[in-house]
Structures are given as structure tokens and as C-alpha cells.
Design a protein around this ligand. Structure first.
Ligand SMILES: [Zn+2]
Length: 203
């Protein structure tokens, strides 16, 4: 369940037999606007099912166990989380948030913010486009669906800052990349991504 090296230098997903220190197929093909991503676990059962419960079935109490897995990853691989000025959870569109009642990325981010003592900024990045559920779309559709979905509320808070985006899952990287793009165009120095799980790389 826990992600293990060798990691892709860009997205940290397990490279398997892919040549070490070279980007995975996904990262070499796509233009990703974040500087790097960390994935704590593999997106496979039983975690896969638990993430589903967490997102769609109100099992918000899982955020405690999930954040422990994320903390383990940082400590085990000595990831430099101290470099970040603040964390930003990937926001939901207000309509989606209302339906669900909570934002699962915010729940993870608030645990991590407390554990690592790094500020949380939740009013900065907003989702202005109510996109379709990415998991129901093809790889290509995901990129079109998410384009232009995020806006920055206070660009002056972003300028020259190192920002860590928090999300539950890294798949194509389209969502994180689009959020990173918005932050970078507002002047962010570094944008990292930290997710609970990453899908396995295709061969
Ligand atoms: Zn990669």
C-alpha cells in the first residue's frame, strides 16, 4: 500500500522497471505545471475503497489515518516539507462542496498543517468551474474538463511563495497541474503537490 522507491523525479510514483532518475511516461508526455508531486501510497485496495468511502460516503473520520500515512512518507524519505510557506487544499466547486458537505482535501490538509506546523490557506485558490467528475472521464477529456477551472483570489499572497497543494489522489496530474498553473501565473515561486495516493503507472 505504501509507495516505495525508485520514484519518478517529477511525480514520485513508483517507477518499477522504468529507468531510474528519468521521468515516468505520464510526466514525459504531459505538460505539468507543478514542480514536483509526492504520493504517499499506491491507489489500490483496500486503500482505494477507503478513499471512495472518504470522498463519497461521509467517512470523514478517515482523515486521521490517512494523514498518518502521508506523514510516514515524508519522514521515511526525508522529503523537505519545511520549504513551503503554506499549504493549499485543492478546492471543490461551491456547489459540489454543498452537496458533499465537506472537502476531503481540506480535511487532509488541516491534519497535515497541524502536524507539520505549516499554515493553511483556504481562501486563496477557488474553483470557479463546476467540472464533471474526473474519474468518469477519459485521460484526454480530463485535461479539457479541468482547463481554466481555478482562479486566485488574492494574487498578492502568492507572489514569490512556495506552496504545497494537498489532494487525495494523483491520476493524470491534470487537476493539480491546472491549480499549479493558476498559482504560478500569480507569481508563486514553487508549487509542490502532496497526495495520499497515486495511481500506478501504466506500462
Ligand atoms: Zn511521473
Amino acid at each position: 500500500m505504501l509507495n516505495i522507491p525508485p520514484f519518478c523525479p517529477k511525480c514520485s510514483r513508483h517507477l518499477g522497471t522504468h529507468p531510474k532518475n528519468t521521468k515516468c511516461m505520464n510526466c514525459s508526455r504531459a505538460e505539468l505545471f507543478f514542480d514536483f508531486a509526492w504520493c504517499a501510497c499506491f491507489f489500490e485496495d483496500p486503500l482505494k475503497d477507503l478513499i471512495h468511502q472518504f470522498k463519497y460516503n461521509q467517512k470523514t473520520q478517515l482523515s486521521g489515518q490517512f494523514s498518518k500515512l502521508m506523514v510516514h512518507f515524508i519522514k521515511e524519505y526525508h522529503m523537505d516539507i519545511e520549504q513551503f510557506d503554506f499549504m493549499v487544499p485543492i478546492p471543490l466547486h461551491p456547489t459540489r462542496k454543498r452537496e458533499r458537505g465537506y472537502n476531503q482535501s481540506f480535511l487532509l490538509a488541516s491534519q497535515l498543517s497541524r502536524i507539520f506546523n505549516i499554515n493553511l490557506n483556504i481562501n486563496l485558490l477557488i474553483k470557479t468551474k463546476n467540472t464533471k467528475n474526473q474519474s468518469l472521464l477519459s485521460k484526454k477529456e480530463r485535461w479539457t474538463n479541468i482547463t481554466g477551472a481555478f482562479k486566485i483570489k488574492n494574487p498578492n499572497e502568492v507572489n514569490n511563495k512556495s506552496i504545497l497543494l494537498i489532494d487525495d489522489l494523483l491520476t493524470t496530474g491534470a487537476t493539480s497541474s491546472e491549480a499549479a498553473k493558476a498559482l504560478k501565473s500569480a507569481g508563486a515561486k514553487t508549487v509542490g503537490v502532496f497526495t495520499l495516493a497515486g495511481t500506478k503507472l501504466e506500462r
